[in-house]
Design a protein around this ligand. Structure first.
Ligand code: NAP
Ligand code: G4F
Length: 333
């Protein structure tokens, strides 16, 4: 029997790399898009360990370059498409709002239009985000599929456009498109300018005497943090359903950035307040204050069951950085 083939845009991102591993284990033929970088080694850092697998293929493409998407779709005609590519950093979206709108918003439309023309029966996953809710919270303290969306960042606005245009293409053209409204998810592969991995990496470096201070922004914002490995399984589950639909993915527990610092530093026998300073440059012009998701729909309908806790996720990240610096011949004290 032929292997199912799949296209992942943004395969070298945090989620793309875990999703590629997950799908290779299921014997999919995996095609992924990478962006050209002048340092070619960094184009595929997170998936370097998968490159020798005969079922993985990389292609140059950019969401802002529709012709590149048409070329790949023509070649592959994928059974499933996971649109994970984005300018995904919320703080940076305030510095580069137009670029963010072009990639994270219009880029999705470029892809959908290309799929409609070339491969309309492909099943599509759109990477939507809890950032779309802005500061709306239901009376019970949770956000869910029905919570209104009033985004508070250029990134959130671009994601709402992608969410809406995906639904519009599903309804207008009968395409199979599901939105995963994913809450924050992390791992050792998380970019180190997102708050979890920034804190864990810095705390390990402080413990090793490689750094004195950690500069952060708002310590009082709360987030619902899960593990990326659990969340890529949810993406796949959405495309195995009989009909397309939109699903929230979250742990249902939220913690403040302060609590995160407290936990990570205490795991290294440090007291966070002795090492943290606030730097205004990490504050956002408008902040999304609190996130806590209700994932009962995906649990009930698709049987999704996350395995990691907040603590086990952070412990894995701490171990990663300890090992990383050990391999660099630094003695851990
Ligand atoms: P990530 O690590 O930032 O990965 C994004 C990927 O998109 C990278 O491979 C990046 O390539 C690629 N990319 C950026 N601009 C592109 C363009 N113009 N054309 C083609 N590819 C482009 O993000 P992630 O954490 O894996 O998240 C995956 C998706 O889920 C994103 O859409 C994100 O917005 C969304 N999301 C994430 C979370 C979360 O907590 N992680 C939550 C909700 C939704 P380069 O590295 O070469 O730039
Ligand atoms: O780690 P963050 O940058 O993630 P944020 O803004 O919640 O966005 C992430 O999750 C979204 C889902 O809700 C995704 F759609 C998006 O792509 C991305 O993956 O910041 C988390 C919190 C914020 O409240 C921020 O203000 O941490 C606060 N924070 C405090 N100091 C900081 C810092 N964030 C960063 N990045 N750097 C700081 O120094």
């Amino acid at each position: 029997m032929m292997n199912k083939n799949v296209l992942i845009t943004g395969i070298n991102g945090q989620d793309g790399s875990y999703l590629a591993e997950f799908l290779l284990e299921k014997d999919y033929e995996v095609w992924g898009t990478v962006k050209r970088n002048s340092v070619s080694e960094t184009q595929s850092t997170r998936i370097e360990h998968l490159r020798s697998n005969k079922l993985i293929n990389l292609e140059y493409a950019d969401l802002t370059d529709m012709a590149s998407l048409i070329r790949i779709l023509n070649k592959i005609k994928p059974d499933e498409i996971y649109n994970l590519a984005a300018q995904s950093h919320v703080r940076i979206s305030f510095d580069q709002p137009i670029y963010t709108a072009n990639v994270t918003g219009i880029g999705t439309l470029n892809l959908l239009e290309a799929i409609r023309m070339v491969s309309p029966t492909s099943k599509i996953y759109q990477a939507s985000s809890s950032e779309m809710f802005g500061n709306n919270i239901d009376n019970d303290g949770f956000q869910r599929e029905t919570t209104p969306m009033t985004p508070v960042s250029p990134y959130g606005c671009a994601k709402v456009f992608s969410y809406n245009i995906s639904r519009n293409y599903k309804n207008s053209y009968g395409m199979f498109i599901s939105n995963g409204i994913l809450f924050n998810h992390e791992s050792p592969r998380r970019g180190t300018n997102f708050v979890t991995n920034k804190i864990v990496k810095a705390a390990v470096r402080i413990k090793l005497g490689l750094q004195d201070k950690l500069y952060l922004g708002n310590l009082d914002a709360t987030r619902d943090w899960g593990h990326a490995k659990d969340y890529v399984e949810a993406m796949w589950l959405m495309l195995q359903a009989d009909t397309p639909d939109d699903y929230v993915c979250a742990t249902g527990k939220s913690h403040s950035v302060r609590e995160l610092c407290e936990y990570v530093f205490s795991q290294l026998d440090l007291f966070y307040l002795e090492h943290i300073e606030i730097n205004k440059k990490h504050l956002r012009p408008e902040e999304l204050r609190d996130l806590k998701g209700d994932a009962s729909k995906i649990k009930k309908e698709l049987g999704w069951c996350p395995k990691y806790t907040f603590e086990s996720m952070l412990d894995e990240m701490i171990e990663y950085w300890k090992t990383y610096y050990k391999q660099k011949d630094i003695i851990y004290v």
